[in-house]
Ligand binder design. Structure first.
Ligand code: HEM
Ligand SMILES: *[C@@H]1O[C@H](CO)[C@@H](O)[C@H](O)[C@H]1NC(C)=O
Length: 335
């Protein structure tokens, strides 16, 4: 356009300016009316101004009743967002023949789902059918992370809820307890999460627990040589038999030093050969990830900054927005 302009011609340059202006208007109109909305900060500012405050309060109240709810909100974010998108598909109940995501083997050990409904009910009382369960998954994790003394992240909202369960995708996207680090890194990379952010996200294993069924493979018949021998003794004490009853609540804490604090102790632990899962321990033997482990172990603030970046990327994976999906009334069922 500019190339065709006669130099010094006042008339043609105003025309060009007008053209640019209408182009801009067109772009703006497209942005606002395409029905394909975008995630944004405080999406509910007008439609439900108290939404975030209510969720924050509920998360705090639940934390003081049952501290491990905050841990659950963090794991929920991972399991919901990694499968297709953060769309609360995780929260759906099993219905006639379709096993729900949360009932799948890969969700073993997940807990506190009933309290999600308590948070949703409090939000529904204030603003019926306005705030999605998907945003409740994300915001409960955001505030849960703060209760665990992790970073204040500030995540976008405006997600909608899926109308279906993606249980058939769970096996492809939720890694097993014995998944290799290489596979986990390529899984994250497939949804736009780089290696450093992935290493930071695994720092979530600074809190919570692992059940013996997910540990014994590294203890029996022989101890995985990458586990510190003293620590292996401790773990065998926690998990005394090679075939634990999956129903028995035998487990070990992820981090014995600060089990309820989302800090960089996880990285010191794995540097000391005290990683519980294969994927945790492999972070220190893979040359691509070891430099990040060392950096995070030395600097909690830096770890928190990268953890925040990882959570933001994960939480923005492929959202349903605009008129896609729905706003569920009860997080356990499609409307
Ligand atoms: C990518 C590889 C990952 C694998 C293979 C993995 C696997 C596991 C396993 C096996 C457990 C123990 C379950 C049990 O026995 O009760 C667990 C717990 C946990 N995971 Fe992961 N996880 C991964 C990534 C993540 C990420 C990215 C997050 C969050 C950002 C996360 C958050 C948690 C939390 C908070 C727990 C503790 C749950 C509780 O105590 O209730 N995990 N994970
Ligand atoms: C991972 O664990 C499952 C069940 O615990 C087992 O069947 C499978 O063989 C293990 N995979 C590897 C690569 O060790």
């Amino acid at each position: 356009m500019v190339a065709h302009q006669k130099p010094g011609s006042f008339r043609s340059s105003t025309m060009a300016a007008k053209n640019h202006l209408s182009l801009l208007l067109l772009l703006l109109l497209q942005l606002f009316y395409s029905g394909r909305g975008e995630l944004q900060m405080n999406y509910y500012a007008k439609s439900c101004p108290k939404a975030e405050e209510i969720i924050k309060q509920q998360v705090a109240d639940l934390y003081y009743e049952h501290g491990n709810t905050a841990v659950s909100w963090l794991r929920n974010l991972f399991h919901d967002c990694i499968v297709k998108s953060c769309d609360a598909s995780l929260l759906l109940e099993t219905v006639t023949g379709v096993e729900s995501e949360k009932d799948s083997d890969r969700s073993f050990g997940m807990r506190n789902f009933k309290y999600v409904n308590k948070i949703k009910a409090a939000v529904e009382r204030e603003c019926p059918l306005t705030v999605s369960c998907a945003d409740i998954v994300v915001l409960s994790a955001q505030y849960g992370i703060v209760m665990l003394k992790g970073p204040e992240i500030g995540l976008k909202t405006g997600r909608r809820d899926s109308k279906v369960s993606y249980s058939h995708l769970v096996e492809a996207f939720v890694p097993r307890h014995n998944e290799s680090l290489v596979n986990v890194l390529s899984l994250f990379s497939s949804i736009g999460i780089d290696t450093e952010a992935a290493v930071a996200l695994l720092g979530a294993h600074s809190v919570g627990r692992v059940h013996c069924v997910n540990l014994v493979e590294r203890l029996y018949p022989s101890v995985d040589p990458t586990i510190d021998p003293e620590y292996a003794k401790y773990l065998k004490g926690r998990c005394p038999t090679p075939n634990p009853n999956p129903k028995a609540v035998l487990y070990s804490r992820n981090d014995r030093e600060t089990p309820m604090i989302l800090d960089n102790m996880y990285y010191s632990n794995i540097l000391n050969h005290k990683g519980l899962l294969i994927v945790d321990q492999e972070l220190t033997s893979n040359p691509l990830t070891l430099p990040y482990v060392t950096k995070f172990a030395a600097d909690n603030q830096y770890f928190h900054a990268q953890f925040s970046r990882g959570i933001r990327l994960l939480s923005e994976n492929n959202p349903l927005t605009g008129d896609e999906g729905e706003i569920r009334k009860d997080c356990r069922f499609v409307n």
